[in-house]
Design a protein around this ligand. Structure first.
Ligand SMILES: [Zn+2]
Length: 204
């Protein structure tokens, strides 16, 4: 099965993609991981893409697609995450590697904001916490070495709202594009509940 998985930050997309990969015996291909691997490999394509990102120029669709296509060509089944981002990219991909199904993890903005703005990290060891879902034993203090728990600057509510607005604007046209292949999943639930809904709706 060839699957795309779409969802906002903190939707649990990576976790569900890993569960799917295990169940289906297919690789979880994340565009972010691919980009890092391509840069690390030192290939011409990797160097070009890295240089553009460093300069802050937009990497042309053809280059991103060349990188993604290489991976998709190598596998009969896959779970792709993080790509495509725009309708033009989806159209380009459909010609050669059309996904069979597109999973959309629907998470309310309220839940996303709660999940992200409650995150804290230890400024000493980097361990992560959540004030509601994964609290430390003592408020504001790391369980391991007593480091101070801080919030990443871009995890504040205003920044999260901005990212969510961008996500919605970017995703709407994609959802229209994939209307005939969409599998809607309620991502407001816990990890296990989300997984059961995916299993059931895909019949896997
Ligand atoms: Zn710590």
């Amino acid at each position: 099965m060839k699957l795309l998985i779409i969802g906002p930050q903190a939707s649990g997309k990576g976790t569900q993609a890993d569960l799917l990969a295990k169940r289906l015996g297919a690789p979880h291909l994340s565009s972010g991981d691919m980009l890092r691997a391509e840069k690390k490999s030192g290939s011409e394509l990797g160097k070009e893409i890295a240089a553009m990102i460093d300069k802050g120029t937009l990497v042309p669709d053809e280059m991103i697609w060349a990188m993604i296509k290489k991976e998709l060509d190598a596998h009969d089944a896959w779970i792709l995450d993080g790509y495509p981002r725009r309708e033009e990219q989806a159209e380009m991909q459909d010609k050669e590697h059309a996904p069979d199904k597109v999973i959309i993890l629907e998470v309310s903005d309220e839940v996303c904001i709660q999940r992200i703005s409650g995150r804290r990290i230890c400024d000493t060891c980097g361990r992560d916490y959540h004030i509601k879902y994964k609290p430390p034993q003592k408020e504001g203090v790391c369980d391991v070495e007593g480091g101070k728990l801080v919030q990443r600057p871009d995890d504040n509510e205003e920044a999260v709202k901005k990212r969510l607005a961008d996500y919605h604007a970017q995703t709407e046209p994609l959802l229209e594009h994939y209307a005939d292949r969409l599998v809607w999943i309620n991502g407001d639930q816990g990890i296990q509940e989300v997984w059961h809904e995916i299993e059931k709706k895909l019949g896997i």
